[in-house]
Write a protein that binds this ligand. Structure first.
Ligand code: NAD
Length: 407
């Protein structure tokens, strides 16, 4: 695949090389010449012909960058990273000019759980899952629709488990407010907010460019942004049907495409490293939903995309899976006092005999064998499982308290 040689296309490859060479997670930030110089500084000599090429085969670019790392550079890098020092890395052309300066910010040392290096049972990559949340420690995650609801729960859980988190949302002020709150808990360098409309390709591209120039790469993309517009097939306007599909179905395509391109560049730096695209689907992606066809159709389609992308991207060690949660009754979608589904269903008389919001809630809880709705931590456990499990892809994992079972 051809790429334009730019600081943003180099950053993920550089991050991949550091993952491969030093087994240490880091962020790779593009910086300008004027920025204050870090104490530790590494210069890598790269062929001008490569750097100045307008378009180049991405594998050729990765190989030139790999060649620039001499064994002594790798040694130096390892010791700086383990001291927790930020490192300035300059790519230097033959004439001595700096092509692209970066700052490497060390995150965490990495174990072998995310590589395909299984020799035998007992290998480190088969570590027990008791400390499953630790699989995201030092990883960089991107959560769409991260400003509220499931997305916010996921972003918070990942950050609290030691991941760097991007909160990507169409509601930027809400994403920024939430990011600020979270940063007060886990540190400013660990949380970023970014504006994204997943249904708009240009907006998605811009968001991923910001990722490349700010954290260099990613390890996990949670495609969570989604909307619901219920309506009968006899009455629903096609514009509502289209809107739901633009966000839930086309939006997942847009996010997965840009995530896969970034992951592939990073993979060229580290061909053993596993990355994850996880779609937050729904139980309605596994079973039809009465008077809710636009939503169910968009989610069923999501499973088709997940399976197809998984087959193609496995070559680059990119796993693609879906999680299909049950209803999050305590989230705003259901519980918002003005527009929540409980109020809507009460007002529309959808639940026979219900006189209060509590009656409607009890009606829906009674449908679940485990008698409660789904919560953020239920979904997080599924995320940790999918990230840790390097021997599965293309799956749709129900988290529904037994309400939906696979055939
Ligand atoms: N709430 C549930 O009961 C439930 C159950 C199963 C699955 N889900 C799925 O979980 C995901 C999150 O649902 P939720 O209930 O937390 O939703 P929510 O409405 O509470 O939050 C959705 C977030 O996505 C953002 N968003 C909306 N459109 C966007 C767009 N085009 N681009 C970027 N961001 C956008 C919103 O601003 C909001 O912050 C959805 O995919 C939904 O289908 C929800």
């Amino acid at each position: 695949m051809n790429v334009k040689v730019s600081p943003n296309s180099i950053a993920p490859i550089l991050r991949g090389l550091v993952l491969a060479e030093a087994s240490f997670s880091c962020m790779v930030k593009s910086c300008t010449e004027g920025q204050p110089c870090q104490k530790a500084r590494l210069s890598l000599d790269v062929d001008d012909d490569i750097l100045l090429n307008a378009e180049i085969d991405d594998a050729q670019l990765a190989s030139a960058l790999r060649k620039a790392f001499r064994p002594q550079d790798v040694q130096t890098l390892r010791s700086w990273l383990s001291n927790g020092e930020d490192i300035r890395v300059d790519l230097v052309g033959r004439d001595g000019g700096v092509f692209a300066p970066y700052i490497l910010v060390p995150l965490e040392p990495l174990d072998a759980r995310h590589r395909l290096e299984i020799e035998a049972p007992g290998d480190e990559s088969l570590l027990p899952s008791a400390a499953r949340a630790s699989v995201v420690k030092g990883k960089i995650a991107f959560v769409t629709g991260g400003a509220q609801g499931f997305g916010a729960e996921i972003a918070r859980g990942l950050a609290q488990s030691g991941a760097v988190v991007w909160i990507a949302d169409i509601n930027l002020p809400a994403a920024q407010r939430f990011a600020q709150k979270l940063a007060a808990e886990v540190g400013e360098l660990r949380v970023y907010a970014v504006d994204i409309d997943v249904s708009d390709e240009t907006s998605v591209q811009r968001a991923f460019e910001l990722v490349a120039s700010t954290t260099g790469g990613l390890d996990l993309v949670v495609s969570n942004a989604g909307i619901l517009k219920a309506g009968s097939i006899l009455e629903q306007p096609v514009k509502d049907f289209r809107l739901v599909n633009e966000v839930n179905y086309v939006g997942f395509f847009n996010v997965a495409q840009h995530a896969a391109r970034l992951f592939r560049l990073q993979w060229l730096g580290d061909p053993d490293w596993y990355t994850d695209i996880i779609q937050i689907n729904s139980k309605s992606g596994l079973e039809g939903s009465n008077k809710n066809g636009a939503y169910a159709g968009s989610k069923f389609g999501g499973v088709g995309l997940v399976q197809s992308f998984a087959l193609e991207l496995v070559e680059y060690r990119i796993k693609v899976n879906a999680i299909c949660p049950g209803n999050f009754f305590d989230g705003p979608l259901w519980s918002d006092p003005q527009r929540g589904l409980f109020v809507q269903y009460l007002n529309s008389g959808k639940v026979p005999g219900a006189r209060t919001v509590e009656d409607v809630r009890r009606f829906y809880e009674a449908k679940i064998p485990m008698k409660r709705g789904c919560y953020g931590p239920d979904v997080l456990k599924a995320i940790y499982y999918l990230v840790e499990q390097v021997y599965e892809t293309g799956q749709a994992l129900p988290v529904t308290g037994g309400q939906v079972m696979l055939h």
